[in-house]
Write a protein that binds this ligand. Structure first.
Ligand code: NAP
Length: 480
């Protein structure tokens, strides 16, 4: 059985403890590899290596850092088929989706920040004839990145790339649930000639090595993407240590469909927004609000398309809906389906575990599931399910749509489907979210600020926001 290794100081190594965790293929339910359960000794070595590498890496010219990151991006792109297949096996997502989204975005992320560091500049504030201020933006030092399982390599690189581009050295932890592409990525970095100690990757469970990374006094900043409950715990640990923190957390995103939308395209895109990646995207629109005059028509067209999604082996090119990431996660999603029924929800389609015959018979598949008749304040509409479950509800006017949309603790993303320009702008201003899409969903420009408000997080990633996070500003005031 394959054993994944940690990547510390440019070397591949077994964990100090000698202990390994099982890694399961969600589509089959079978253990197919093992990952290190790292401990404090592994962390000490990783931090020491990162500290030692920092002076040289942070003073390496921007051109050289950029060139090396470009080389890594090219290598990720060249390996995109292999990485997509690895992601499909490790995560359960359809391989075609993994190729188009995960593999593509991983190389795009690295290439983007390889360019961004060559364009990143700091401010100057003149005080007439008296003085000038200029801002130095220096890398922080050793930083930690902790990422989730839903886009394993995509979100891993989304943090590592700006951290390295800005001149930091990194200790990174992927999710123990989906470690494989992080391991393949460490091999790509080593082959590309990334100097030893610049990037160190530790595998293991979140409550153990993840928590220790956050607690380590020599790790000066943490960029975290994951659930809101974990984010709260992280913040409680890191805040008293005065660590810089970026928290990209959960969502319960509303989709607002108005009667004047482009009907056919809207139905197609709202299905995509609800069920892409089996509903396991922080940005998925799981609360779908539809203007009453088109409610029945929209509902019928929506359900028809949901029923047409092909559920199957993630490795089949025709599969549109793969397995959920793990057995515990599948059980959590199924428990929310039961809860929705208890709360009085009317099941319109789905609602069950799905059996894919053949090699995937024991896989963690759940049918795309749609409910209606559930009020805003029920748990189904308030808590993040993070699976293929959504609810439909009619509204009568813009104000009601706004109240429904804003009516949760979360504030990550929303999409609005309308041809009324004034309404689109007015609602965009009033919707309490970090991201508003008008007549689109998941249309991403990597230069834009990315992140949520309320329980969806603190701070922004993307573009120069990420470069700013991974640098410390210092004002220098020079009197003439
Ligand atoms: P999670 O359980 O919070 O885990 C996220 C990461 O944190 C994993 O690497 C996990 O390790 C680690 N971790 C767990 N406990 C920790 C601790 N005490 N200290 C340090 N690290 C710890 O989240 P998930 O289930 O992987 O991901 C799903 C969640 O991520 C959803 O809520 C989703 O909305 C959110 N998400 C948000 C965004 C965004 O940009 N806002 C994007 C994607 C996903 P282990 O996996 O090894 O336990």
């Amino acid at each position: 059985m394959q054993r994944i290794e940690n990547y510390i100081n440019g070397e591949f190594c077994a964990p100090d403890s000698g202990e390994y965790l099982d890694n399961v293929e969600p589509a089959t339910g079978a253990v197919y590899s093992q990952i290190p359960e790292s401990n404090d000794q592994d962390l000490s070595r990783a931090v020491a290596a990162a500290k030692q590498a920092f002076p040289t890496w942070s003073s390496t010219s921007i051109e050289d850092r950029s060139r090396l990151l470009m080389k890594i991006a090219d290598a990720v792109e060249a390996a995109s088929d292999e990485l997509a297949k690895a992601e499909a096996i490790d995560n359960g997502k359809p391989v075609t989706f993994a190729k188009a989204v995960d593999s593509y975005r991983a190389s795009a992320n690295i290439r983007f920040f390889a360019n961004a560091c060559t364009q990143f500049a700091s401010e100057s504030h003149g005080m007439g004839n008296l003085a000038v201020n200029y801002t130095l933006r220096d890398p922080i030092g050793v930083v930690g990145t902790i990422s989730p399982w839903n886009f394993p390599l995509y979100l891993f690189t989304w943090k590592i790339a700006p951290a390295l581009a800005a001149g930091n050295t990194v200790v990174a932890k992927p999710s123990e649930v989906t470690p494989m592409t992080a391991y393949l990525f460490s091999k790509i970095c080593a082959d590309a000639g990334l100097p030893k100690g610049v990037l160190n990757i530790l595998h293991g469970s979140g409550g153990n090595i993840g928590q220790q990374i956050v607690e380590h006094q020599d790790i000066k900043a943490i960029s975290f993407t994951g659930g809101t409950a974990t984010g709260k715990k992280l913040a409680a640990t890191a805040a008293p240590m005065f660590k810089k923190l970026s928290l990209e957390l959960g969502g319960k995103n509303p989709t607002l469909v108005f009667a004047d939308c482009d009907f056919d395209n809207t139905v197609k895109e709202v299905v995509r927004a609800a069920f892409s990646n089996q509903g396991q995207i922080c940005l998925c629109g799981s609360r779908i609000y539809i203007e009453r005059s088109i409610y029945d028509k929209f509902k019928q067209a929506f359900i028809k398309q949901v029923k047409q999604l092909t559920i199957g082996d993630p490795l089949e090119k025709t599969t549109q809906h793969g397995a959920l990431v793990s057995k515990p996660h599948m059980e959590k999603v199924l428990s929310y389906i039961e809860l929705a029924k208890q709360e009085g929800g009317k099941l319109l389609t789905g609602g069950n575990r799905f059996t894919v015959s053949g090699r995937c018979e024991q896989g963690f598949f759940v049918e795309p599931t749609v409910f209606e008749n559930l009020p805003l304040d029920c748990r189904t509409n308030q808590e993040e399910i993070f699976g293929p479950v959504c609810t439909l509800q009619p509204f009568d006017n813009d104000d009601e749509a706004l109240t429904l949309a804003n009516g949760t603790d979360y504030g990550l993303a929303t999409s609005v489907w309308t041809n009324d320009l004034k309404r689109a702008h007015r609602l965009s201003k009033q919707l309490h979210f970090g991201i508003v899409w008008i007549n689109s969903w998941l249309l991403r420009d990597l230069r834009t600020p990315f992140g949520g408000v309320k329980a969806s997080g603190v701070g922004r990633e993307g573009g120069f926001e990420a470069m700013k996070f991974f640098t410390e500003p210092k004002n220098v005031c020079v009197k003439y």
